[in-house]
Design a protein around this ligand. Sequence first.
Ligand SMILES: CSC[C@@H](O)[C@@H](O)C(=O)COP(=O)(O)O
Length: 384
Amino acid sequence: MAPLISIKSDDDKLEIVNQLLLPHKTEFLEINSVEEAHDAIKTMKIRGAPAIASLAALSVSQHLTRALRAAEPPAFLSSPSALKSHIDTTLAYLFTARPTAVNLGAATRRLTKTLDDAIAAGKVPREIAQELVAEGRAVADEDVGRNKLMAKWAGEWLLQRVADRGLDASKGVNVLTVCNTGSLATSGYGTALGMITYLHETRKLQKAYFTQTAPYHQGSRLTALELQTLQIPSVMICDTMVGSLFQHHEIHAVAVGADRIARNGDTANKIGTYNAAVLAARHKIPFIVVAPISTVDLDVHDGSQIPIEHRPALEACLVRGIRYPNEGGETEQVQVMITPQGLEGIYNPSFDVTPAELISAIVTEKGVAVKEKGAEGFDLSPIV
Ligand SMILES: CSC[C@@H](O)[C@@H](O)C(=O)COP(=O)(O)O
C-alpha cells in the first residue's frame, strides 16, 4: 500500500490531511492563507516538526504566488522594503504557532536569507517574490530525500552496533519508537520511523514497537496507521509499559525523532521520550535520535534553554476516536472526557528534554554523530 501523506501541493493549491480525524477518517483540508496554515499547525491538524516547517513554507509560497497573479498587485509588491517588512512579519507570525519545533525557524531563516540576498542583488519585488516561492517549495521538497539518507545511516549504524556487541539478530532487530515520526510528520518516509522502514525494506527488522503516546496518542492513532499501511510487523504498548517491555523482550534500540536539538545534543521530543531514554540506559539499549540538520539549534547551548510548549489542559482530559463497537463502519468522531468535570491542576507539557548523556547517537542526513569517549555531550557545531 502507498505510504500516507500529510501535504498535497500543486501550483497554488495546498491541502493537508486533517490528522485530528486519523486513523478513522481521511479528510483533506484546503489551506488558502497563511492564517489557515498557522491555525492548522496550532490546533494539531498537522504536526511533526518537519511537516510543520513544510506547511509553513508552502503557505508562504502560495501567498506570494497568488499575490503575483492578482489583477491588482498588493501594496507589499511595490518596493523591496515593503516586501521585506511583509515577509518578516508573516514569518514571525508563523513561528508563533508552535514554539518547540525549530525546523520552522530554520525554514524561516532560509526564506529570510533568500529575501535579503535578492534585495542585496538589486532585484525587483516580483523577482524577489518568485525566488521566495521557489525556496518555500524547496523546503518541503527536500525533506523526503534527506529522510531516506538519515534512515539508512541510522539503520546501518544500529546493525553494526548489534554485530559489534555479538547480539543475536538472526531474526532481525526489534526497535521501540515514541510518538509519530513517519510520512505524516514529514513530507514523506519519516525520520525514526524512516529508519524502521529502512530496516523493514532491507529485511533486517523483526518488529517495531511503539508507545501510544498519551495524551495526544500520536502513537496509537498515527504510527499504528502508518505501520499497518506499510505492513511492518508491529506491537503497540501503553506508555507505562516501556520498562516491562525492556525486562521481558529483546529490544535492540530505541529510535525517536526530535523537535529541537541543542548544540550539546540535549534533545526535545514528545513527552515520554525522556522516560524511555532513562529506561533504555538502565537496560543498556542504544538510544538513537534521527532528525534533519534543521532540527539542530546551535543558538541553544543545552536543553535547559529549549522552550517547551504546554498544550491546553483540556487536551490531557480528552481522548479522540470513534464509538466502540464500530458495527456499521460508522466513522462519527467523538471526544471522550476521562477526568471529572472541573478538575484543576493539570500538567500538560507537550515535550520533554532527553539529556545528551542518555543519547547513543544523533543521526542526520549528514551521517551519525556520537560523543567523544568520556564526554557527556555532543559537539554538533561541525556538522551543522
Ligand atoms: C519527524 S517528527 C519529530 C517530532 O516532531 C516528533 O517526534 C514529535 O515530537 C511530534 O510532536 P507533535 O506534538 O505531534 O508535533
